[in-house]
Design a binder for this molecule. Structure first.
Ligand code: HEM
Length: 152
């Protein structure tokens, strides 16, 4: 799956700035996600939220570091996507999650956030999600799993 054009520096600088300004950073992202979609919070029941924030943040940084390394991305993201089916994650949850993460990043970046950051993160998410969903049974193309009825 060829990588779409993404300015990786924009991802790195905005994520680093978010961590500099809010050492707890991914917390704001989960707060927005759970506030807007309370049903999603119930899926997070295996790990403590502290551990989850750490795993998510470290994985996201590693993915950004490897955006030009397709074999690494495939080897990492397909099994991750496969595992997320078992967690109860549905395709539309990826959209609300991308939205919450981009909003959290823009809030913490404040005046330093530019439209190019939004474009870069949205493109990165599309790519990451496509790679994760390729690990789902049916390669993410199973129509029975599409549009699972909305999220509360
Ligand atoms: C960029 C996309 C995503 C990344 C990089 C990511 C990363 C991770 C990682 C590293 C874990 C730890 C366990 C494991 O390795 O499987 C995890 C678990 C989990 N993720 Fe994700 N995730 C993503 C998208 C999502 C989305 C969209 C949802 C749902 C809204 C979600 C819900 C969960 C749940 C429910 C768990 C299990 C946690 C628990 O039960 O306590 N993830 N994710």
């Amino acid at each position: 799956m060829p990588r779409p054009p993404i300015d990786v520096r924009l991802l790195e600088e905005s994520y680093e700035r978010a961590l500099d300004r809010d050492s707890d950073f991914p917390r704001l992202f989960y707060d927005i996600l759970f506030h807007e979609h309370p049903s999603v919070e119930k899926l997070f029941r295996r790990n403590s939220m502290d551990a989850q924030r750490k795993m998510f943040g470290q994985t996201l940084v590693a993915i950004v570091d490897h955006l030009d390394d397709e074999p690494w991305l495939k080897a990492t993201l397909e099994p991750l996507g496969h595992g997320h089916v078992a967690y109860g994650v549905t395709p539309e949850m990826y959209d609300v999650m991308a939205d919450a993460l981009i909003r959290a990043l823009s809030e913490v970046n404040g005046a330093d956030w530019r439209p190019e950051h939004h474009t870069a993160w949205a493109a990165a998410f599309d790519y990451i999600v496509a790679l994760m969903r390729a690990g789902e049974p049916g390669g993410g193309a199973d129509p029975a799993k599409q549009g699972g009825g909305g999220i509360t």
